[in-house]
Design a binder for this molecule. Structure first.
Ligand SMILES: [Zn+2]
Length: 276
């Protein structure tokens, strides 16, 4: 470990959590930009943030995450147009998730950074899927590539020591996740005579396997089917969507993956009991 890693790993938990929350709030702000611009094919860097109502540029001192929205009480400082509370909620959500990742992986800074990247990708996929019914390739294909590369660089992600063992575990996980969901989508199409699963979901599960291995794929498939079905029933009961209505599946894969990232070792204990 480098000197920096040693220093970082020696930080007490409350400081790690506060640091994670701060970084998360900033990335939550960036997340709103990505959710809006990526599906529209716009650059996430330029132009700088501006009010969607009056077009005025937002100066840096009014672009602090969380505090700016609260200080301006959710209104543009120039024209008074309402700024959606979704910005505030995304900043708070990302702050909370980054803090949890810091608390869990702070002893290993490279792993913590990777955890933040995964959380950011899952959030991006979730909210784009909710709005557009698509999962951006940057999340799914990018996740598969990063998952394989990170596994070779940090084989400890898979409990391995040699780079080729990490790479192998990742490749098996990718093939398993991709193959399994592809099979489900083909069977689903044959049975229901309509697209039950999009190809984006297939690629996303490939990325899950690339990062976490085949065991995670099984757990995430189980969790996402369960939460997805419950959400579907709840929406039908509320009369929001009938049987023909579509619910994107990506957010439930993301939810299951988040559970595995933060509590996977508890779920992995099931596998131990089953002798897998
Ligand atoms: Zn304005």
């Amino acid at each position: 470990m480098t000197v920096f890693s040693r220093l970082f790993a020696a930080l007490p938990l409350p400081i790690l959590v506060a640091w994670g929350a701060l970084v998360g709030a900033c990335f939550g702000s960036f997340l709103s930009v990505c959710i809006w611009r990526i599906p529209r094919g716009e650059s996430v860097v330029r132009p700088r943030s501006h009010c969607p109502a009056c077009g005025k540029l937002i100066p840096w001192y009014r672009n602090f995450p969380v505090v700016s929205w609260l200080a301006l009480r959710g209104k543009c400082a120039d024209c008074g147009a309402r700024i959606s509370p979704r910005y505030l909620l995304l900043e708070l959500l990302t702050a909370a998730l980054f803090a949890l990742v810091a608390a869990k992986f702070g002893y290993d800074p490279p792993l913590m950074l990777l955890g933040w990247v995964i959380v950011f990708g899952l959030e991006l996929g979730t909210f784009v899927d909710l709005d557009w019914y698509i999962l951006p390739d940057r999340v799914t294909v990018g996740g598969m590539v990063l998952g394989v590369a990170a596994s070779a660089a940090m084989p400890r992600m898979h409990g391995a020591y040699a780079w080729h063992d990490g790479l192998l575990a990742s490749a098996i996980g990718l093939a398993f996740g991709f193959g399994l969901l592809w099979l489900v989508s083909v069977v689903g199409k044959a049975v229901y005579k309509k697209e039950a699963l999009g190809f984006g979901d297939v690629k996303l599960m490939g990325a899950v396997g690339a990062f976490f291995g085949w065991r995670a794929v099984v757990a995430v498939l189980f969790l996402s089917s369960l939460t997805g079905s419950l959400a579907g029933l709840a929406l039908m009961a509320a009369g929001k969507r009938g049987l023909q209505g579509r619910i994107p599946y990506g957010p439930f894969i993301a939810l299951g993956t988040l559970a595995w990232l933060l509590a996977g070792e508890w779920m992995a204990a099931w596998y131990e009991n089953l002798g897998l």
